[in-house]
Design a protein around this ligand. Structure first.
Ligand SMILES: Nc1nc2c(ncn2[C@@H]2O[C@H](COP(=O)(O)OP(=O)(O)OP(=O)(O)O)[C@@H](O)[C@H]2O)c(=O)[nH]1
Ligand SMILES: [Mg+2]
Length: 322
């Protein structure tokens, strides 16, 4: 199961304690205790792997490294290493301990949860003309606890939508590094998966069917994810006896879930075009065009049609950069 809602606790590192030490040289007995190192900070970091929240399933508590205690000869203790926890882009971070809500929207984006505790000062720091042998030092500061609820709300630039078995996962795998499961039956894809095409995130959405908005098939949960994609690639299979009807079924589900979804930019593809004869492809295109749609044919066996998909993706990148 896709983990899309989970609670964890994250602690930044404690500061190391300062030290009380004196020079061993009999002629100069001055203080030499160094400061403790700072504790490591805690961060969340955005990555493209939509399944990343599953890493938190077995373990609830995470710690950044503590700072080390002060050293001899005024040397500071080493700082603790920062802790970076990877979360998928589209993660809403509820910082329960602070009553705040943040969101990770970009790959590589870092969200600082808490700085580490400061290291304590060693006795060298406390020397003065009136006290040349201070026995004073400070403990390190405690780390900070962040209690988090991580909730995944997929954000993709392009969502691949359509009925089951129309080639959505195949297209995702062809255009990106994704390895979404492909098979010749309905509902192969049970969870959305993401792929990256240059700076775009493409999401393969499990097949929707009539009634999905009221829970049929894989149901409503995936429409939640669709809600957060900016552009749709709507795939209608060339094998269909009635492409226009197939198209409408999906549009109706989108509308019933949230009418705003109909306003999203949409590209329609007549997919699996090599699986039927040319006449049928032509008829499919004509029928879709007659109902006012702009449509491109698509076959993953045909480089030209993959080129067309790439052109569309490049256009989307260009618009996104503006
Ligand atoms: N010949 C040919 N086969 C294709 C093409 N696209 C997809 N297929 C095949 O069609 C079948 C379904 O493809 P999938 O990518 O699993 O379809 P899907 O839309 O992701 O299906 P669900 O996950 O069930 O919604 C698989 O057997 C694919 O190999 C294509 O352009 N040409
Ligand atoms: Mg699939």
């Amino acid at each position: 199961m896709l983990v899309d809602d989970i609670k964890i606790e994250v602690f930044s590192g404690k500061g190391g304690a300062g030290r009380v030490l004196f020079n061993k040289n009999k002629l100069s007995r001055g203080p030499t205790g160094g400061d403790g190192g700072n504790g490591g900070a805690t961060y969340l970091q955005g990555i493209s792997n939509i399944g990343a929240l599953s890493q938190f399933r077995g373990k609830r508590i995470y710690h950044a490294e503590n700072g080390q205690i002060g050293g001899e000869q005024r040397k500071d203790g080493m700082n603790g290493e920062d802790l970076y926890l990877d979360v998928p882009v589209g993660t809403v971070v509820h910082i329960l301990s602070a009553g705040e809500k943040k969101e990770i929207t970009k790959i590589g984006e870092k969200l600082l949860l808490a700085k580490g505790g400061l290291g304590g000062r060693g006795n060298f720091y406390f020397r003065s003309s009136s006290n040349t042998t201070p026995r004073e030092c400070e403990p390190g500061q405690e780390g900070t606890r962040s209690e988090l609820r991580l909730e995944l709300k997929l954000i993709a630039d392009v969502g691949l939508i359509g009925l089951p078995n129309v080639g959505k996962s195949t297209l995702l795998n062809t255009m990106t590094n994704a390895k979404s499961r492909v098979a010749n039956y309905a509902f192969t894809t049970l969870e959305p998966s993401l792929g990256v095409y240059y700076e775009l995130i493409l999401a393969d959405i499990p097949g929707l069917i009539e009634g999905a908005s009221s829970g049929k098939g894989l149901g409503i949960k995936f429409l939640q994810h669709v809600e957060r994609t900016n552009t749709f690639f709507h795939l209608v299979s060339a094998q269909s006896e009635n492409p226009v009807e197939d198209y409408k079924v999906i549009r109706k589900e989108l509308e019933e879930y949230n009418p705003k979804l109909l306003k999203r930019k949409e590209y329609v593809f007549l997919s699996q075009a090599d699986l039927v004869d040319e006449k049928k492809v032509k008829r499919g295109v004509e029928q879709l065009e007659k109902s006012g749609l702009k449509v491109e044919t698509l076959s993953i066996k045909d480089e030209k049609s993959i080129g067309r998909v790439e052109n569309v993706l490049r256009e989307i990148i260009a618009v996104k950069r503006v």
